[in-house]
Design a protein around this ligand. Sequence first.
Ligand code: ZN
Length: 287
Amino acid sequence: MRFANVGGRLNLVIADQYVDLEKASDGVIAADPQAIFEHWETALGWIGERDLAEYARPLDGPLGAPVPRPRQVFAMSLNYIAHADESPFAIDPVFEAFTKFPSCIAGPGDEIPIAGERIDHEVELVFVIGKRAHNVSEADAWKHVAGLMVGQDISDRSALTPEVFKPGRPFHQLSLGKSSPAFGPTGPVLVTPDELDAPTDLSIQCWVNGDLKQSARTSAMTFPIPVMLSRLSRHVALLPGDLCFTGTPDGVGMLADPPRFLRPGDVVRSAIEGLGVIENTITAVQS
Ligand code: ZN
């Protein structure tokens, strides 16, 4: 199944048509796209038993973030070997997780206001928690995943790099540089894993102004989804509707030669096979 946020209302996507689930279910399923994760499996069961095609109609509003208000947003550093190899930070695989604060979440076509000279793109596969996960094994991990989306982990390198965090100041952190408003665009829809022939091996790409910058396959992750979910869940209870950004492949602007950072007017297009495309325009932050 595919779910969308149309003008703030939960919709089921059937081909290129949209079903308002609150209306089609006569209120059994809430309109709030965030609410479905509190009863995810029950809702999937209800939808699966019905033919909702009679309620389908063309898109009639703006697409928002499919998961608009996660309580927690996790992310991974250097989860693709080629990205680790291009970076000066680490070569050996290290499980390094961080958080993006939930106020950074934005929709698939939202503008991204930036202030600063070192803002960068990172296309990433995002998985969504459908069932509370604490101390979950890798074998059971997929049972806790509601679905997958395209995401961008927009990153302010000036808040992240050794130029700011110098040797002798060991508490390097990533969260502040990853969490400005709209630094976490997602979408265009939430896709359940059963919709994909090979959910662990999807092509993933990012273009800036039509130039291909990043291109890889998600099968190249050092810590694939089951490993990431299981490892995170040893420490933290992952809650229904939480997001996990799974790391970016090589080709980020900071590590290009010469470096090329995002500027107002740039259009960042991010795509993952079977999940769709999000496209976000960079703007100047209004002071
Ligand atoms: Zn990232």
